[in-house]
Structures are given as C-alpha cells and as structure tokens.
Write a protein that binds this ligand. Structure first.
Ligand SMILES: Nc1ncnc2c1ncn2[C@@H]1O[C@H](COP(=O)(O)OP(=O)(O)OP(=O)(O)O)[C@@H](O)[C@H]1O
Ligand SMILES: [Mg+2]
Length: 371
C-alpha cells in the first residue's frame, strides 16, 4: 500500500484529522520505506557485493511533544514497510533484554576457568545475533537517563550502524538533549554525533496533543450500572480509535504472552477480570504500560474481603500505570472513595484511590510517558 497511501486512507476515513506537520513526517517515512526496499534488493541481488559499496539509507529520529502522533506514524511505517528483517520495540524493553543477555554471556564465559581473555567483549557477542536478524530497528520512546545505558549505547550503535542497520526512533527530546545533565556526559557526546550522522532528525511540530483532546472529550471514569457504563465506554473507545474496528492482539515478553482483547492506535481495552482475575504480575503490567499509552478497563468492582488477591493485583496495576503516566479510561461499580471494602488492603488502597483521582486530572492526562 505504501506509507503515504496508508496515511491518506486514514484521513479519508476520518480516522485522523489533517495536520501538515504529520503529513511531512509521513512523507519522510514514505521516502525511507522506498529506499529501504531498494537497499534490500541490492543487498540480495548481488550476493552482498554491492552491500559494502552502497551505504544504507539514513534512518529517522522523530521527536516532539506528547500526543503529536510520533508513535502512530512510526507504527504505520513499520506495518507497511516491505522488508523481512524488521523489528519494532519499546526502547526500555530492548535495553532490558540487552542487559540480561550481557549478564548471561558473562556468566557463561566465567564458568570456564580457561577463559581469561582480556579482549572478551560481551557486547559484541550480544549484538551479533541482533545484527544478523535485523536490518530495520524501530525504537519507541528513545531516552537515556542512566549512566549504564549512556555508556553502553555508543558501542552498541557503532556496531549496529557499521553492519548497515537502519534505525527509526521516536522521542520526546532532540538528540542534543539526550542524557541532559547526565554524569560524565562528555563521554556520551560521540554517541549523539553518531546518531545525528546516521539518522535524519525530524521535529514533529503537530498542531496539538491529540491524545489529550480525545481523552478530554468525555469523562475518563464512569460509575454505577454496568449497562450504562458499557455504553459510555463504548462511545469513548470509538473516539479514541477513530471508529476503526479493533482486533485482538497480544504482547510477548520473555516467553510469555498476554492476550489483549482489543488493541488499536496505542489503546488497549480490557475488562477488570482480564487483568486482575488472571495470574498476571508486575512485569506483565509493566510490559502493557510500555505497549500502550491508554488503557480502557471495564467493570472494576468494589473490593470485598474475598477479592484480596485480585485487589493486590489491581493496586500494582494502578501503581504501574501511574508511574509510567499511562492514561486510564475506566468504569467502576462504585465511586472511587468506596472502592475498598477490604480491611487488609485499606491502607494500600488509600494510595490507589488518590492516584486514581489524579489520573482523571487534566495535568495527568497531558503528562508525558516516562520510563
Ligand atoms: N492527526 C490525528 N488525528 C486524530 N488523532 C490523532 C492524530 N494524531 C494522533 N492522534 C491520536 O493521538 C494519540 C497519540 O498519538 P501518539 O501516541 O502517536 O503520540 P506520541 O507523539 O507518540 O506521544 P508521546 O510523546 O506521548 O509518546 C493516537 O493514539 C491517536 O489516537
Ligand atoms: Mg509515543
């Protein structure tokens, strides 16, 4: 179909409202998509001979304020770009996985007493399979806050770019502001140069925070009779997803899969039972909070004594969403201040209640997502 056609189609269908800045970004992504397919053809066509001669196309680094459509556009691009070895990942999840693999490689290495090679390079070992299996890597929410990642990124990206990998990223900050005020920042600066060399930096100055607009078009919380709240939620879901039909999805983490009954445009829709009456834990909720910017949760009950396990999950779930700044649209059987009927969890519920109240505020709904 092509990126531009996909974008036009969504405009015509009324799913998206027109925005000149978004159109420009879509064009840039369209160009990259064509270049990438070209590049892949050349690579396979001449047995890799041309590969060394033809440099890979520059990636794109799209940055800007919250709710401007960065993730939306990158996901459209990712869906339609016609190359086999592509991967789209949340930046935090990618780094997490990388650290785990580095630890594993180190452990294996030190198990063998004959291994005492001073050039042992765990990063190279961990990057190798990534390079082999990926020619396009799309990162959502690129950011650098801690020194470990700051020091790792240069070596990592050097190897990836040297192998001809193309990187597309979304971020809330421009490259020059990455790891701002970080410890030993001067050691990080070469990475910024590398990034700016290997990607085209695009500031997406879309008209408004579309997410906030959609969220604020209706109350985010509904209370009382489930038949009534179901209609209200349905209505809000329709607005959030531009009236498209949502299919089921899944997200996988470390060999597990979480079923998402309905997922579209960065929003996911669940019932309370889906999330809290099943054996899900903090890691699962964290993965959800990285995969979606808005969660819709229906039929949250009043928590009686027997519900205690589910209640604990619910508390963790709300904590996770709150810490990340994920937005919540929800229906409750009772008012928020009456949620806890359970003595065991009353104290913890105090925090949950206060967080829920904050999550309905305009300030929260406009807040950036965080790590
Ligand atoms: N042109 C548009 N018309 C209608 N809705 C839009 C438009 N652009 C974006 N949206 C809506 O805004 C929501 C937020 O967009 P998106 O998640 O892509 O923002 P973002 O720039 O990635 O924000 P963040 O910096 O917080 O990650 C989308 O799910 C979509 O519903
Ligand atoms: Mg985003």
């Amino acid at each position: 179909l092509g990126m531009i056609s996909a974008y036009e189609e969504m405009l015509e269908g009324g799913v998206l409202s027109p925005d000149p800045a978004q159109r420009m970004a879509a064009k840039a992504l369209d160009g990259l998509s064509v270049d990438l397919v070209d590049f892949e053809d050349k690579k396979s066509g001449f047995g890799g001979l041309l590969r060394r001669k033809t440099p890979s196309p520059k990636g794109l680094y799209i940055w800007g304020d919250v709710g401007r459509g960065k993730t939306l556009l990158m996901d459209m691009f990712f869906e339609q770009v016609d190359i086999a070895n592509k991967r789209r990942v949340h930046f935090h999840e990618f780094m997490d996985e990388l650290h785990q693999n580095i630890t594993l490689v180190r452990q294996n290495y030190s198990k063998n007493p004959r291994n005492n090679n001073s050039d042992f390079d765990p990063i190279a070992l961990v990057v190798k399979p990534i390079i082999k299996s990926t020619s396009l890597l799309c990162f959502d929410e690129f950011h650098v806050n801690d020194i470990t990642n700051a020091m790792l990124l240069g070596r990592l990206f050097e190897k990836m770019f040297a192998a001809g990998m193309v990187v597309v990223a979304t971020s809330n900050v421009e490259p020059d502001s990455l790891y701002h005020n970080g410890l030993n920042r001067q050691l990080f600066l070469p990475f910024i140069d590398l990034l700016k060399n290997q990607t085209r930096v695009l500031h997406l100055k879309a008209k408004k925070d579309y997410r906030l607009n959609k969220l604020r078009s209706q109350p985010v919380f509904h209370f009382g009779d489930r038949k009534t709240t179901q209609k209200q939620i349905e209505n809000h879901w329709h607005i959030l997803t531009g009236g498209q039909k949502a299919g089921a999805g899944e997200i996988s983490l470390l060999g597990r899969k979480i079923i998402v009954p309905q997922a579209l445009m960065g929003c996911a829709r669940f019932t309370y039972d889906d999330l809290c009456e099943k054996p899900l834990g903090a890691r699962d909720y964290l993965a959800l909070s990285h995969a979606f910017h808005t969660l819709v949760i229906e039929n949250i009950p009043r928590f009686e004594g027997a519900n205690s396990n589910a209640a604990k999950r619910f508390i963790i779930l709300i904590d996770t969403l709150y810490d990340r700044g994920v937005k919540l649209v929800a229906s409750f059987d009772v008012g928020i201040d009456q949620l806890s009927g359970d003595k065991n969890t009353e104290l913890e519920f105090k925090r949950t209640v206060s967080r829920l109240q904050e999550m309905a505020s305009k300030e929260y709904l406009a807040r950036a997502l965080s790590e």
